[in-house]
Each structure stands twice: as structure tokens, then as C-alpha cells.
Design a protein around this ligand. Structure first.
Ligand code: C2E
Ligand code: CA
Ligand code: CA
Length: 713
């Protein structure tokens, strides 16, 4: 092929061609690509112009290349043709090439459009297919989800008309679709609906909120109640207007019932079924929340008299039955009057008068409590006469706090007990301030032992025959930093309840036995026997025998010089555990005496089976042997009978509460062995006992010391 065009022409054409392409769609191409396309097509066109053949494959190729490179604008074609016409070539050659170029360009463009359309169509078709498939799938998924969901789902419009319900919801309501469809959501009310549920519902259907959740009961079609956890969501239309509501309804009946049961358990005493301490405080505290200015309430703090004795001697089961019977009586008598009766624990009950009119009403309730409990209880074949003491308080809500009111009522009860059993006592602020709070005691007790606040006094037990010092009883005291010296009656029962009696009792044993051993070292046989009281709980402690033998060993005291005083309840308890321990102690040479005999429930014959060698007759009998001897008082006859029976069993008898010379004389004439009481000496510090041993003389005035029968031991 020849090259008829000059190089200048060639360069001009190429440049002009490049500019042409660049001015059009070529701007969209990266410059290197544009240069390449322009160079290649210019070359093809130039060679085609120079050619001679009738067919123009080079021009066709150039056109196809351009369309491929997206030069599809018809403007370009027009300019390209104009440019070709500026070129010099063989006559007619420009027209041929231009025509061929234009035709090829159009053909390439058409082909390309077709290709594109096809793939668009294919794509469109595929897209529609895909969309339909997805829609069907999601619709099916939705149906499956809706219909077979484990949770109940219902749909309603915003007027509350139910449109659709799924299977779970039908089952939950025990209903068919047609029973529910068309019904109004607002008809499904239940008296126990939580406050605010229907307000939340209104807010939702009005579009003021998008969701709410609550626990709600529904009536099933069969009338049963089903508890549900409900979530209602609002579905809005395109413009945000409320359209539908969807409710997810979960059956929580079982959970709810369990919760109810737990709540009941948490607020009720399992033994008596009465509201418990927590429930009582909840009710009491509620009174203080938003009180009327002159709102009043009353408290009757009730404690059974002698319950401990029943519990200890007849066993916990009987004790429990008694408590349940007491609770039932109180409940029947007081609850119908609108008062709350609760069990605070142990044998303590409380009556709350929520709208108390004043002290008279509270006192009337206290009297009712006392008469209600006055009739004996028949429990497990026993006729149990048990009384109660009541602390009464009526106050305005404004004047106190729940905690202070309960403490005040408790203190009032405590004062009531102190002044004698079976009575009520009205709250008196000045008296209460002085009374020792059992509460304060229980708080302080645990640290008192560590801080050395306890000490032991010793009270003489003298032979009634000659007034000589036979034994001393160790009596514990507590030097309380606020309340001064407290007697055991004020803290021993609390120590028993809290378990502190174990370490405290051990400490008393160490102290008393150590003291007795010291007296033996100093005074030999003139030293008295040591009597130590054992609390019931201590007597039942399996470690007791070890503790005592260890203490005896380390002090060097002869076991025969130790006597343990136990109450009847300790030996008559249901467990024979304690019996074994007491037997082991007796075998070791330690003697045992039954304390406060006559106040409990045992009979004398029972003592025959016990390893007991002494009997202490409660002071109450002795003080009843009083005054002129013309008529024989009952106590007198009882003591006489007891002494002869006890002697028949081989027991040494000690009379307590010997306060006068007459007491001592009478008791001696009855054959009683030893006496203890103010007359023979009050509980004193150990030095005082040592002084008496040293002086060695009788407790009787010289003229009266007539020796008769000595104590058995
Ligand atoms: P209890 O074993 O009957 O002790 C005798 C109580 O009677 C002592 O009271 C004593 O002070 C008092 N008393 C003595 N003579 C007379 C009298 O002539 N007339 C009157 N009215 N009372 C007299 P205390 O020291 O207050 O002890 C009370 C109770 O506390 C004791 O009664 C005993 O059951 C218990 N207790 C004392 N010390 C201990 C102890 O170390 N451990 C245990 N577990 N209980 C103890
Ligand atoms: Ca005693
Ligand atoms: Ca006693």
C-alpha cells in the first residue's frame, strides 16, 4: 500500500481527530485510553482514505472501535464525516470512506443497543423473578411465623377490632378464630388489670406511643384466668398514621402463680399462715407514706407466757401446734374487726390497728387478745393453759416512725412482763426510756463477752440444820455500758435465742469452776460446792461433756464439788441426746439438780429415771408458806409433799427464796435440806464468800443454830 498523504497531513488529521473525540464523550475516558483510541481510529481512517478498494474494512473497523469505546453520540458522527471531507484523497474516495464509516458506526451502535437491551431485559426478568421469589418466601415465612409461633399473636385495627389471631393465641384463650375475630380489644378487661394499662393502650392507638408492655390477666373462654406478658406495637401507614396494632401475648400463668406463691411465702409465716414480720412492716410503713395529718394507729405487741416451757418440755412439735392454734384464735377474733394480726417470730405476735380511734380502742383490743387466749388449748392430748402479755401503744403517725413505734411497743411489752404475766400495759414514754430494750441487748450482747463485760456473783446455799455454808450458786451479771448492771433475767433468754449462750455458758463454767478450785486450794474442805446453771440449749449441746471435763481437768477441781442446775425442761425435752450427756456427766462424778422445781410440767416420778441428785424448789412455794401458822397455806403443804417424795427418791432438797427466819424454821421442820435466799445471803462477789468461809460461822444467830438432820449429798 502506498502512502499518498504528506506527513504534515497525517499529523494534522490525527491531531484534529483527537480534538474531535476529546470534545465529545472522550472526556469521560482516561486520557491514555482516549489517546490510544484516537490514535488507532485515526490511523485506520487515514489508511482507509488512502486505499482504493470498494470495500472499506478499515473504516468499518474504526467505527466499531469508536462505538465500543462509547462514542455513541450522533454529533460525533457528523463531525467525523465533516473532518473526513477536509482530507485530500483520490476523487470520490472521501465519500466512499465516509459513507462506509457512517454505516458501520450506525450498525455497531444498533448492535450494541440490542445487546444492551437484551441484557437489561434479562436482568429485569431475573430481578422480577428474584423479587417474587423473595416476596413469596418472606410472605410464607411471615405466615409460618405468625401462625405457628409459640407466642400468641393477634392483630387488630386501631379501633380495637380484632382482625387475626394465631394458633397460640387461640389456644391461650381456649377459643376458635371466629370467637375472637371481630371482637373488641377493649372488651378484654380484667379486674386485676394493672393501673395504667388502658391509658397506655389509648396512647398507642392514638399514635402517641409505638409500644407498651405489661403483665395482664385475661379471662379465657372457659372462664379460667390466664396471666400473660403482653407487648403491643403500633403499625403506622405510609404517612405515619396509626393503622394496626399487633399484640404479642405470652402465657406466664405458671410463672405468675409461682411468683404469687413465692410472694405469699415471703409475706406469710409458714407455720401459722399469718402475715409475717416483713408483711407487717410493709403495712405499717404504708401508713406513714402519705398520712392524713391526724392519722392514728395502734399496736398490740403480744408475747405468750410460758411458751418456752411448753416448747422445751413437750417438744417443738407440740410447741408448733400451740402456736398455730394461738394464731388461729387471734386471727378469728381480730381480723374480722379489720385489724392485721401478724407473727413476728417465736411466740411473738402483733396486732396492727390501722385506723385507731385512740388508746381506749387499742386497750380494748389488748383485752380481747387476753380473753381470746385465756381458755386452755387442747394440743396433742395436753390441756395447755397459756396466757399472754401485751404491750399497747396508740399514737399519731406524725409523732413517731414505724421502727420507733415497734420498739416502743416491744419495750412496753417487756415492762408488762416484768410487772407480772397475763396483763396488758399501756405505752408510757418516760417509763420506756428507762426500760432496757431487748433490742439494744441483742445488739450489744455479741461483743460484751469479748469486752469482758460479764462477771459472776455467788449466792450461798446453807444447810437448814445449822446454817453452815454448803454451796454457792454462780449467778452471772452483765455490766452494760449504758444500762448498768443487768441480771440474767434480762439477757439470758436473748443469749439463748441468739446462740451466744454457748460461749457465754462456757465462760461462766470456766470462771465458776476456777473460782471453786481456788477456794479449795485456800480453804480445803471448808470450801463450798459450786452450783452452776445450765441453759436448756447448753444442756443439749453435744460438746457439753467434753467442755466440762476439760475445764475440770485444767482447774483441778474434784468433779464431786460441781453441781449443775438444770431446769425441768432441759431433762424432759424430747431428745434423749441431753439425757446421754447428763448421764455421762453424772458418771464422771458431777452432780445434777433440777432448778425451779414446780414451775414446769414434769412430775416427780419422772425424776426417778434421771441422773439427778438434787431438787431446788422454786421460791414461789416458799413465799406462799407465809404468815400465821393457824391455817396451812397451800405452798406449805406442797413443799412438805415435795420434800418427802424427793427424799424417797434419794434427792437433796434445796428451798429457794428463803427470805425470813420463819421460812428457814418451817422449811427445816419439813425436813428440807438446804436453803437459799436473802435470809442466808444475797449474791455477792467472790471475796465476800471467801470472807464468810474464813469466818466460818453459821448463817443463824448463835442461839438458833440447833443441829438437826444434815444435808444429804
Ligand atoms: P435461779 O437459778 O433460780 O437463781 C436464783 C435467783 O433467785 C437469782 O436471781 C437470785 O438473785 C434470786 N434470789 C436468791 N435469793 C432470793 C430471795 O430470797 N428472794 C428473791 N426474791 N430472789 C432471790 P438472778 O441472779 O437474777 O438469776 C435469775 C435467774 O437467771 C436464775 O434463777 C437462773 O435461772 C438464771 N441464771 C443466773 N445465772 C445464770 C447462769 O450463769 N447461766 C444460766 N444459764 N442462767 C443463769
Ligand atoms: Ca439456779
Ligand atoms: Ca432457781
Amino acid at each position: 500500500m502506498t502512502e499518498p498523504m504528506s506527513p504534515v497531513d497525517t499529523r494534522d488529521f490525527t491531531e484534529a481527530w483527537y480534538r474531535l473525540l476529546r470534545s465529545g464523550q472522550g472526556l469521560a475516558l482516561p486520557p491514555p485510553t482516549l489517546a490510544q483510541v484516537a490514535g488507532r481510529t485515526a490511523e485506520l481512517l487515514r489508511r482507509s482514505l488512502a486505499g482504493t478498494a470498494a470495500d472499506t474494512p478499515l473504516a468499518d473497523e474504526a467505527a466499531a472501535l469508536l462505538v465500543d469505546a462509547h462514542f455513541t453520540d450522533p454529533e460525533i458522527l457528523a463531525h467525523a464525516v465533516a473532518l473526513l471531507h477536509t482530507q485530500r484523497a483520490a476523487p470520490g474516495r472521501v465519500a466512499v470512506v465516509s459513507g462506509a464509516f457512517a454505516a458501520a458506526w450506525a450498525a455497531a451502535l444498533r448492535e450494541r443497543t440490542l445487546r444492551e437491551q437484551e441484557s437489561i431485559q434479562r436482568a429485569a426478568f431475573a430481578a422480577r423473578e428474584e423479587a417474587e421469589r423473595a416476596w413469596r418466601a418472606s410472605e410464607a415465612r411471615f405466615r409460618a411465623l405468625f401462625e405457628h409461633a409459640a407466642i400468641g399473636i393477634g392483630m387488630a385495627d386501631v379501633n380495637g377490632t380484632i382482625l387475626q389471631v394465631n394458633q397460640a393465641l387461640r389456644e391461650l384463650f381456649c377459643a376458635r378464630s371466629e370467637d375472637l375475630r371481630g371482637r373488641r380489644v377493649t372488651d378484654l378487661v380484667h379486674p386485676e388489670d394493672a393501673p395504667g394499662v388502658w391509658e397506655a393502650y389509648e396512647d398507642l392507638v392514638q399514635g402517641r406511643r409505638d409500644r407498651f408492655t405489661c403483665d395482664k390477666p385475661y379471662y379465657r373462654r372457659d372462664g379460667e384466668v390466664v396471666w400473660t406478658h403482653l407487648t403491643v406495637s403500633l403499625i403506622r401507614g405510609e404517612n405515619g398514621e396509626p393503622r394496626y396494632q399487633v399484640a404479642m401475648v405470652e402465657d406466664i400463668t405458671d410463672r405468675y402463680r409461682l411468683q404469687e406463691r413465692l410472694r405469699h411465702q415471703a409475706t406469710h409465716d409458714p407455720l401459722t399462715g399469718l402475715p409475717n414480720r416483713a408483711a407487717f412492716f410493709e403495712r405499717l410503713e404504708a401508713l406513714f407514706e402519705e398520712p392524713q395529718p391526724d392519722a392514728r394507729f395502734g399496736l398490740c405487741y403480744v408475747d405468750l407466757d410460758g411458751f418456752k416451757v411448753v416448747n422445751d418440755s413437750l417438744g417443738h412439735e407440740t410447741g408448733d401446734q400451740l402456736l398455730a392454734a394461738v394464731a388461729e384464735r387471734l386471727d378469728c377474733a381480730l381480723t374480722p374487726l379489720g385489724h392485721l394480726v401478724a407473727r413476728l417470730g417465736g411466740d411473738e405476735f402483733v396486732v396492727l390497728l390501722e385506723n385507731c380511734r385512740g388508746e381506749e380502742e387499742a386497750v380494748a383490743v389488748a383485752k380481747l387478745v387476753l380473753t381470746t387466749l385465756a381458755r386452755p388449748f387442747l394440743i396433742a392430748g395436753h390441756k395447755l393453759a397459756i396466757g399472754a402479755s401485751v404491750g399497747v401503744l396508740a399514737r399519731t403517725v406524725a409523732a413517731t416512725t414505724p421502727g420507733a413505734a415497734v420498739r416502743a411497743a416491744d419495750l412496753t411489752l417487756y415492762r408488762s412482763k416484768e410487772s407480772g404475766r397475763g396483763r396488758w400495759t399501756l405505752f408510757d414514754p418516760t417509763q420506756n426510756a428507762r426500760a432496757v430494750s431487748r433490742y439494744a441487748i441483742s445488739v450489744r450482747l455479741p461483743v460484751a463477752l469479748d469486752r469482758g463485760e460479764f462477771f459472776v456473783d455467788y449466792q450461798p446455799l446453807c444447810a437448814l440444820s445449822d446454817g453452815s455454808l454448803a454451796a454457792v450458786e454462780a449467778l452471772v451479771r452483765w455490766r452494760h455500758p449504758q444500762f448498768g448492771v443487768l441480771g440474767p433475767d434480762e439477757f439470758v433468754s436473748t443469749a439463748e435465742e441468739t446462740g451466744l449462750i454457748m460461749p457465754l455458758g462456757r465462760w461462766i463454767l470456766e470462771r465458776a469452776i476456777g473460782q471453786a478450785a481456788e477456794w479449795v486450794r485456800r480453804f480445803g474442805d471448808a470450801a463450798p460446792q459450786i452450783n452452776v446453771n445450765l441453759a436448756v440449749r447448753q444442756a443439749r449441746n453435744p460438746g457439753l461433756v467434753n467442755d466440762i471435763t476439760r475445764i475440770l481437768d485444767s482447774s483441778g477441781l474434784d468433779p464431786r464439788r460441781l453441781q449443775l442446775e438444770i431446769t425441768e425442761s432441759a431433762v424432759i425435752g424430747p431428745e434423749d441426746e441431753s439425757l446421754r450427756a447428763l448421764q455421762a456427766l453424772a458418771d464422771a462424778g458431777v452432780s445434777l439438780a433440777v432448778d425451779d422445781f414446780g414451775t414446769g410440767w414434769s412430775n416427780l416420778a419422772y425424776l426417778r429415771n434421771l441422773p439427778v441428785s438434787g431438787l431446788k424448789i422454786a421460791g414461789a412455794f416458799v413465799s406462799d408458806t407465809h404468815e400465821d401458822g393457824t391455817e396451812e397455806p397451800v405452798g406449805w403443804r406442797i413443799v412438805g409433799g415435795l420434800v418427802s417424795l424427793a427424799h424417797a427418791l434419794g434427792l437433796t432438797v434445796t428451798a429457794e427464796g428463803v427470805e425470813t427466819p420463819q421460812h428457814a424454821r418451817w422449811l427445816r421442820s419439813l425436813g428440807c435440806d438446804w436453803g437459799q435466799g436473802w435470809y442466808f445471803g444475797r449474791p455477792v462477789a467472790p471475796q465476800e464468800i471467801a470472807r464468810r468461809i474464813t469466818e466460818g460461822h453459821s448463817a443463824y444467830p448463835a442461839s438458833k443454830s440447833e443441829a438437826k438432820s444434815g444435808p444429804k449429798s
